[in-house]
Write a protein that binds this ligand. Structure first.
Ligand code: APR
Length: 246
């Protein structure tokens, strides 16, 4: 790992803008389960990739709403880890743009000032019919697997999480800002993503095709391949402080 780390630090030594692309693995050391981890407790029998779908919302709205409120509660009690802090601290000596697939707010709570959420945010809600923002208040800590969402005051819609479900369009402003962050970077660091879900998974390839060095931080294998110049096989919280230190 030491050789890979010095090679990765050389790739970052350009000093120009840095783009950090993060997935669920970035928040794993904060105690937030990744999407492909086995779920625990109340949710162990549900596959998140089945709950995060428009079909699940149509057929089982109260369960989906309960699940997202539970994650909102879980995330709001989870501390940013050393990886989030290292990314935030890097802003002291270079421009850093975070592009995250995560719907948590741990990058912001660690101090990062430019964060694009390409899959939306747990803390934003909107009417599933008219699209108006809705404010359901803080989630309850009591675990429950059924919860009726608030009705929209403007008609017959319901509050839904303002996150991107499978098959849904990504928020265009966040996506466009992410593409320009990647193509304008002097280096890209991809952290904690299986690289399976598009179009987010295509950003590292876009960087590689633009001749920008790509460093991957992931203890395990991922769907990323030749577009990666250096793969640091270690957890984000352990290696990002060394990788991003001034
Ligand atoms: N540090 C870095 N990476 C880690 C760590 C860690 N401590 N722990 C696990 N990982 C890696 C895993 O090896 C895995 O490759 O994080 C990755 C998590 O992959 P996923 O659970 O698939 O999460 P992600 O890639 O963000 O999923 C993409 O799919 O479910 C949808 O919309 C959802 O944004 C999500 C998207």
């Amino acid at each position: 790992l030491r050789d890979a780390l010095s090679k990765a630090r050389r790739a970052l030594s350009g000093g120009g803008p840095l783009a950090v692309l993060s997935g669920a693995g970035m928040s794993a050391e904060s105690g937030v389960p990744t999407f492909r981890d086995a779920q625990t407790g109340l949710w162990e029998r549900y596959d998140p990739t089945e709950l995060a779908t428009p079909e699940a919302w149509r057929h089982d709205r109260d369960r989906v709403w309960a699940w997202y409120r539970w994650r909102e509660h879980l995330v709001s009690t989870a501390p940013p880890n050393a990886g989030h802090t290292a990314v935030a601290r890097a802003e002291r000596h270079r421009q850093v743009v975070v592009v995250t697939q995560n719907v948590d707010d741990l990058h912001e709570r660690a101090g990062s000032t430019v964060v694009h959420h390409v899959h939306g945010s747990l803390f934003a809600h909107r009417c599933d019919t008219c699209g108006e923002p809705m404010h359901p208040g803080p989630p309850s800590a009591a675990p429950t697997d059924h919860l009726e969402p608030p009705r929209c005051p403007r008609g017959d819609g319901w509050a839904r999480p303002d996150v991107v479900w499978f098959g849904e369009m990504l928020p265009s402003a966040a996506w466009e800002a992410s593409v320009s962050a990647v193509t304008g970077a002097s280096a890209v660091v991809v952290v904690g993503t299986s690289g399976l879900v598009h179009p987010a998974a295509s950003l590292p390839t876009l960087a590689a095709e633009t001749g920008i060095p790509v460093i991957e931080v992931n203890p395990g294998p991922s769907g990323l391949g030749r577009e990666v110049d250096v793969h640091l096989r270690a957890p984000a919280g352990r290696v990002l402080p060394d990788l991003l230190a001034d």
